[in-house]
Unconditional design. Structure first.
Length: 202
């Protein structure tokens, strides 16, 4: 069946923000075949993952634009409204591969599609038909990698915060020593000594 492929996202209007990023569910599944969506959704839920399934590239972008951000996207390439490449390009304008992994899943087996997927920003590529075990293994692998990256970033920020705190404390100690030094300088000033002696003599 011939399907219209549009490699350009609609989407300069999607002004997303990564600030205070909150994940609503694990996987967003995007495919224009309802049967595929049902099967993949069942596979994922059987593995204990939460997911949302949509039938078009436009709906997937709307989901994310509305703040329903997943941990991972399973994205078909050939869709009638916006191709998977177009969706991926739009996602990558805001979310790098470490923040929002995208796995392309498609019936296309040509090398060109594989290469284009990775060049556009995909994390992985699964060829249909695939087994339940393969799907879950790949999805879980990228979820684990994402979690490890998030942990690394949190630890990095914590370490940066500790270093900044130590620097503030060091600066405070330096300021205190400088103030003490200035006070001693003032106290040994001849005018200060003379005034003090005069005051003591009454």
């Amino acid at each position: 069946m011939n399907r219209l492929q549009n490699n350009h996202a609609p989407a300069d209007s999607h002004n997303w923000s990564r600030t205070n990023l909150t994940r609503k569910y694990d996987v967003l599944v995007v495919d224009d075949y309802p049967d595929t969506l049902l099967v993949v959704k069942r596979f994922l839920e059987d593995a204990g993952l939460t997911c949302c399934a949509v039938e078009s590239g436009q709906k997937s972008l709307e989901q994310i634009h509305q703040g329903n951000i997943p941990r991972l996207v399973l994205l078909d390439i050939m869709m009638p409204d916006i191709s998977g490449y177009g969706v991926l390009k739009t996602i990558r304008k805001t979310f790098p591969a470490t923040d929002l992994p995208v796995i392309m899943f498609t019936g296309r087996t040509d090398v060109e599609s594989l290469v284009k997927s990775y060049q556009t920003g995909a994390n992985d590529y699964i060829i249909k038909p695939f087994s339940k075990d393969e799907l879950i293994a790949r999805v879980q692998c990228h979820l684990d990698l994402q979690k490890a990256h998030e942990t690394f970033q949190k630890n990095l920020m914590l370490q940066k915060g500790l270093l900044q705190q130590k620097q503030k404390e060091a600066d405070a100690r330096l300021d205190a020593r400088e103030q003490k030094r200035e006070k001693l300088r003032y106290q040994i000033n001849p005018h200060f000594v003379f005034t003090s002696l005069a005051s003591m003599r009454g």
